[in-house]
Design a protein. Structure first.
Length: 109
C-alpha cells in the first residue's frame, strides 16, 4: 500500500477529488495516472492529543490495508478523521470505509 506524503499530493486530492462524508470520517477520492492506490491521513488537533490521533491513524490504516486488494487501481485517498472517530473500533472503521467505497463504486468485487 502506497502513501501520499507530499503537501502538493494532498492539495491535488482536495482540489480535484470528491468528498464522501460519513459520521466518523470524510473520505476524499481522486483518480490518478499512476495506476496505484495511495492513501493519506489527516487528523487535526481538535480530535485529541497525539496518543488519540495516532490510535485513529493506526486503526484506519489497518482497515484500509484490509480492503486494499478489493479497490480499483488508479485512485488516491485522503482520510480525514472527525471528533467522533475517537471511540471507533477496527470493525467499525473497516465497514465504514467499505460502505464509502461501495457508494462511489470503487470496489472490484
Amino acid at each position: 500500500m502506497k502513501r501520499l506524503k507530499k503537501n502538493w499530493e494532498y492539495r491535488r486530492v482536495y482540489r480535484r477529488g470528491r468528498a464522501l462524508p460519513s459520521s466518523k470520517v470524510v473520505l476524499y477520492v481522486c483518480p490518478n495516472l499512476s495506476g496505484d492506490v495511495r492513501v493519506g491521513f489527516s487528523i487535526g488537533k481538535k480530535v485529541g492529543k497525539s496518543v488519540k490521533r495516532n490510535r485513529i491513524k493506526r486503526i484506519y490504516r489497518e482497515a484500509f490495508r484490509e480492503i486494499y486488494d478489493s479497490i480499483k487501481p488508479g485512485h488516491d485517498f485522503v482520510i480525514i478523521a472527525r471528533k467522533s472517530a475517537v471511540d471507533v473500533s477496527f470493525a467499525q472503521a473497516r465497514e465504514e470505509l467499505l460502505q464509502l467505497c461501495r457508494k462511489q463504486k470503487l470496489l472490484i468485487k
